[in-house]
Design a protein around this ligand. Structure first.
Ligand code: NDP
Ligand code: GUE
Length: 296
């Protein structure tokens, strides 16, 4: 087989961000500045890193950024109050509460408190329903939206394709499956969702023309679970110990890249694949929220 196409998430994210910049300039010419609030409870190092990269991207694009890093002991009621204040803040059009929160927080209740019009993560029940109903006024979760954009950007045929989504979380797997089974461009796929209870997993994933892996298990998908000529989108972000690295770890995906890539038509790297797209789609959702809320 010829060498696989490396799907460049950084480059595609740049085009999404350039579209955002044009829309932000237009909004600013009308006296409106989009605003995003990112809330982190506790100091998990990976979460802290992601929250800061989101805020940095806002600053780069000229989006008003509110970063709230709250102590791990923050109570449910205190967090609900923070959300209410952001719901009522006219300078904030998007609200994101970094997942997962500490164990004493009821995450579903926090998500339900967010004004659906500001729910740029697309986790609120109203937006989950809009995705299922194919109502484009809602917010699509950033990671699945980013995966779909990578497929369309690289001209990958999704119509009638066998798409296997590995993982069924509310953040990635389930919305990813809904997106790909929807009617329309970049979708119309035949979708199978596999998870930890799936029987003969490799036989299932081997049927995929497009395999989207989101399970959080380092290098779990091996060559034997991938069809020749498949397109592989690796959502996984896993830290594995690596003494040869300055930080003492490196990031790998859910796919064993070195053995899987030679079988693929196209594959995303980790890092530099889906991760940068997640942040870019968050910016795009924030611009969309701002336009909807301000009527622009
Ligand atoms: N690149 C990005 O922007 C993002 C990356 N991620 C990364 O994606 C990965 C998945 O995240 P997330 O969806 O939040 O994870 P969750 O832990 O919420 O969900 C994992 C899913 O994978 C399934 N699963 C776990 N182990 C296996 C297994 N051995 N075989 C088959 N299925 C399995 C689980 O099945 P079951 O339901 O049966 O338990 C579950 O559905 C993580 O590495 C995360 O860091 C997440 C968000 C954004
Ligand atoms: N409410 C909420 N919304 C989220 O969107 C959300 C969340 N909670 N919790 C955690 C996951 C994870 N996530 C990532 C974002 C960016 C990269 C990213 O930028 N990755 C880069 C750098 C990777 C690195 O060096 O660590 C890359 O893959 O190239 C990765 C993962 C968003 N998530």
């Amino acid at each position: 087989m010829s060498a696989p196409t490396l799907i460049d998430g950084k480059k595609t994210a740049e085009s999404v961000l350039a579209e955002c910049e044009a829309e932000i300039a237009d909004l600013k010419s009308k006296g409106v500045t989009p605003g995003l609030a990112v809330v982190l409870v506790g100091a998990d190092p990976a979460s802290t890193f992601y929250v800061r990269s989101k805020s940095k991207m806002c600053e780069k694009l000229g989006i008003h950024s509110v970063k709230l890093e709250l102590p791990a002991e923050t109570t449910q009621d205190e967090l609900l109050k923070v959300i209410d204040d952001l719901n009522n803040d006219p300078a904030v059009h998007g609200i994101l509460v970094q997942s997962p929160p500490p164990a004493h927080i009821d995450e579903a209740a926090i998500i339900a408190e967010i004004d659906p019009a500001k729910d740029v993560d697309g986790f609120h029940p109203v937006n989950v329903a809009k995705l299922a109903l194919e109502d484009a006024s809602g917010f699509v979760p950033c990671t699945p939206a980013g995966c779909q954009r990578l497929l369309t950007e690289y001209g990958i045929e999704t119509e009638g394709a066998n798409v296997v989504v590995l993982g069924r979380s509310m953040i990635v797997g389930k919305p990813m499956a809904l997106l790909m089974m929807a009617k329309g461009k970049g979708a119309n796929s035949t979708v199978t969702v596999a998870h930890s209870r799936t029987k003969d997993l490799e036989a299932v994933t081997r049927e995929a023309d497009i395999l989207i892996a989101a399970i959080g298990k380092p290098e779990f998908v091996k060559a034997g679970g991938v069809k020749d000529g498949a397109v592989v989108i690796d959502v996984g972000i896993n830290r594995v110990d690596d003494a040869s690295q300055k930080k003492g770890y490196r990031i790998v995906g859910d796919v064993a890249f070195d053995e899987v890539a030679p079988k693929c038509k196209a594959i995303t790297p980790v890092p530099g694949g889906v991760g940068p797209m997640t942040i870019a789609m968050l910016m795009a959702n924030t611009v969309k929220a701002c336009k909807q809320i301000t009527g622009n």
